[in-house]
Design a protein around this ligand. Structure first.
Ligand SMILES: Nc1ncnc2c1ncn2[C@@H]1O[C@H](COP(=O)(O)OP(=O)(O)OP(=O)(O)O)[C@@H](O)[C@H]1O
Ligand SMILES: [Mg+2]
Length: 225
């Protein structure tokens, strides 16, 4: 029998914290370096990942094959999709949209209940931290529920764009205090991350390897991949 498919989300309720970019970086790295069959489910109805994916495929031409697959899908269809096609992949990353609603956004929150792993990008402005705290409460609730039904939800946070703001250190401290386990490695604000490829991993260049490997390895270790 095939090993169980892992369902992962790089998630936060806040927009623009790097959910989609980091999803692509990790998904492609796992496909290229660990030979995993990887799918990204793009649940953001703005379809940014799906659009980037199609653009690069058009650019590369038919000779080349992307390292991963991307499927655009509405949040409410995800559970059925996973039941039907989940076993075709080793890893499925679920890219969630920002939660515009102040209250819990049900369709998006539901997506988290499908996951076994959540990685939360944190950026250090005051607003971002408050919103990250709200989101942490949502994850904790999901983790508690999953435990009740005998499943596990592993979650960690990390600081994205570390060098951009001094307040990132404060944010890290604030999240830790609230009980969120934080990665030792963070990601710097770098040009190499702004337009990740679906064909080659960021670690296939010397700079990418130097900058991303620590974070990637910690990701694999902490989430047992
Ligand atoms: N570490 C980084 N270095 C450089 N640029 C980054 C980094 N992280 C994110 N960005 C940039 O910040 C912007 C927002 O990133 P991204 O789209 O991944 O965020 P998001 O959380 O998915 O946002 P949304 O909620 O709108 O979907 C992008 O332009 C991306 O290139
Ligand atoms: Mg996004």
């Amino acid at each position: 029998m095939a090993k169980e498919t892992r369902i992962i989300s790089v998630a936060n309720r806040k927009g623009g914290v790097g959910k989609s970019i980091v999803t692509i970086l990790l998904a492609v790295a796992l496909a290229r370096h660990k030979k995993k069959r990887v799918l990204i489910l793009d649940c953001d109805n703005q379809g940014s990942i799906a659009e980037m994916y199609q653009n690069e495929i058009d650019l590369m031409g038919e000779e080349y094959e992307p390292a991963i697959e991307v499927e655009e899908i509405t949040a409410r269809k995800v559970q059925t999709f996973l039941k039907r096609f989940g076993q075709d992949y080793d890893l499925i990353f679920v890219d969630i949209p920002r939660m515009t609603d102040n209250k819990k956004d049900n369709a998006t929150v539901m997506l988290l209940y499908n996951c076994d792993s959540i990685l939360m990008p944190v950026i250090g402005s005051e607003v971002d931290v408050l919103s990250s705290l709200d989101f942490l409460a949502i994850i904790e609730e999901a983790a508690e529920f999953k435990e009740e039904v005998g499943e596990k939800l592993t979650y960690y946070g990390f600081i994205n764009r570390r060098n951009l703001r001094k307040t990132n250190d404060l944010a890290e401290e604030a999240m830790r205090k609230q009980g969120l386990k934080m990665f030792k490695n963070s990601l710097a604000d770098l040009k190499i991350y702004t337009l990740p490829s679906f064909f080659t991993s960021v670690m296939e260049t010397a700079e990418g390897l130097r900058r991303f490997e620590g974070f990637y390895k910690e990701f694999c270790r902490k989430f047992k991949l």
